[in-house]
Design a binder for this molecule. Structure first.
Ligand code: TXA
Ligand code: MG
Length: 493
């Protein structure tokens, strides 16, 4: 089939409207995602949409109208809640499921006796619908299973040769599909959100002045069938919106979502990326902070498609808080990743501390100081645990080994003067232990030597002075440069 490439000019929209009237298929922009339109009242046209997309035929279409008055053609239902929502949100990214009149072919509704209706705000979309003179059934204009298209180029990639025309409009501003709300319960019942979108549950609640509920399937993690990638529909997962039961938005790359405190997630993703790249894999990272929910919504599908285009092997993504628009983005992200989620725990910084009997008192003072001043840091007390005489080399070595194996990030060692235990720690390859007796030395121990273990004398340094030195060492940055060359030499001795 030859696919006409059209602009958003008046003449081109007229051409597209003509195609729709004659039972053809037209991909067109909306504010959410591009839609693949057909005359909703023409069963043959609608069947062609299923074919062009490769879409299961029990997955019903959203019927788009150009004016609010168009709703009455499709349903007999009109409630106060519907009026309030239409008034507040239409034209816009919200779809209402209502009982269908007989005029709506059952192929359009996937065999259901309800119909999903939406009035888009995008001007091209509205003009197209109005000029075609019929309601327009339009699923997202992607091949079934692919991420929804948010630019006309995505439509060209998926549908060239499969549809009659593609209207090349602007990139979609919202980026995720409309919020689908089941209104069939009437005013007596809370409306049910079947698919979350940019119009959040909070917003709908606010408009209606009452609670709305979420379809339970939105809160569950379905079991995924290994062969098809589709969620297994059983007792626990039986979505009311048929489309929610199919594999969706899947990129070709393997995708993992990391969930947890944002900073810790970013660190984990960074490490994982380095490991995978070292193995020669092409890695893409998709991270948004919780203040970027709308941006995440707008860009997410396009990012997935870029990954497909440039042959990405692995996608590492950070989860957003599942609140407001974040909930809606995560609804898509979980599906894209086939619910492949890794929980990331807050990684506390760990400091190992060890002493002999001569440093025991100072070690205990330092531990108390950290417990009070730095609860965010985890102290690993390696002993000694009382004032009985012990041999400092053993404790110096133990602390050094704890640091170089990564079981702790840094170490502190104490003996009577700090001298003996620092010598012991420095015998461990990779340890750069500095014995310090002033704040200035503590500063330089980090700035120049990047000391990973600090040694202090229990009989030569007062606890308060020791605390100041430790603070200075922790907060000073290593200078790098020529100092890096020297610490590298040290580490390789
Ligand atoms: O933003 C959008 O809604 C886009 C643009 C093009 O308007 N359209 C879109 O359509 O996302 P589609 O077909 O990709 O998704 C329609 C969703 C599916 O999850 C489907 O199961 C649900 O709406 N749906 C349609 N009719 C329904 C009905 N009668 N009852 C329950 N869910 C219905
Ligand atoms: Mg879709």
């Amino acid at each position: 089939m030859e696919t006409l490439i059209l602009t958003t000019s008046k003449e081109d929209i007229d051409k597209a409207a003509e195609i729709l009237r004659n039972g053809g298929l037209v991909a067109f922009p909306t504010e959410t995602v591009y839609g693949l339109g057909a005359n909703a009242l023409d069963p043959d046209a609608v069947k062609r949409v299923y074919l062009a997309k490769g879409r299961p035929s029990d997955n019903p279409m959203i019927v788009h109208i150009g004016e609010k008055e168009g709703l009455a053609e499709l349903t007999d239902m009109m409630t106060r809640d519907m009026e309030l929502l239409m008034e507040a949100i239409w034209p816009g990214p919200m779809t209402m499921v209502v009982p269908a009149k007989d005029i709506v072919p059952r192929v359009t509704t996937g065999g259901l006796d309800t119909v999903a209706v939406r009035m888009p705000s995008d001007e091209t979309a509205r003009q197209l619908i109005i000029r075609s003179g019929v309601p327009i059934a339009a699923p997202s204009a992607n091949l079934s299973g692919h991420p929804s298209p948010t630019t006309y180029r995505h439509c060209i990639d998926d549908l060239m040769g499969r549809v009659d025309a593609i209207i090349c409009g602007e990139d979609c501003q919202v980026g995720i599909e409309s919020t689908v709300i089941d209104m069939t319960g009437g005013d007596g019942k809370p409306p049910v959100i079947l698919r979350p979108g940019i119009v959040t549950a909070e917003r709908i609640s606010q408009v209606l002045g009452k609670e709305v509920s979420l379809d339970p399937s939105l809160l569950k993690r379905p079991e995924i069938d290994k062969d098809t990638g589709n969620p297994v529909t059983g007792q626990d997962f039986r979505p009311r919106s048929p489309g929610m039961k199919y594999k969706h938005y899947a990129p070709q790359a393997e995708m993992t979502i990391f969930r947890g405190p944002h900073e810790a997630v970013l660190r984990t993703i960074g490490k994982r990326q380095a490991e995978l790249e070292a193995r020669g894999l092409k890695v893409a990272v998709i991270t948004y902070s919780d203040s970027e929910q709308e941006t995440a919504a707008r860009q997410f599908f396009a990012r997935l498609r870029e990954c497909d285009k440039d042959g990405t092997d692995v996608i590492l993504a950070s989860a957003l808080k599942e609140e407001g628009v974040g909930f809606s983005v995560m609804n898509r992200m979980f599906k894209s990743a086939g619910y492949n989620i890794e929980e990331v725990k807050e990684e506390k910084m760990k400091i190992a501390i060890a002493s002999d009997h001569g440093g025991f008192g100072l070690k205990e003072n330092i531990r108390e100081y950290f417990a009070e001043k730095h609860p965010e840091i985890e102290m690993k007390d390696l002993g000694t645990y009382n004032e009985e005489s012990v041999d400092y080399p053993l404790f110096g070595k133990l602390c050094g080994e704890t640091v170089v194996t990564g079981a702790a990030d840094l170490g502190i060692v104490c003996c009577g003067t700090g001298i003996g235990i620092s010598i012991a720690a420095n015998k461990v390859k990779g340890v750069r232990c500095a014995l310090v007796t002033s704040v200035e030395m503590a500063h330089l121990a980090k700035e120049h030597n990047n000391a990973n273990v600090l040694a202090l004398g229990g009989r030569t340094t007062r606890p308060e002075a020791a605390f100041e030195m430790i603070e200075e060492w922790l907060t000073t940055e290593f200078a790098g440069g020529r100092h890096q060359r020297r610490t590298d030499l040290l580490d390789n001795m």
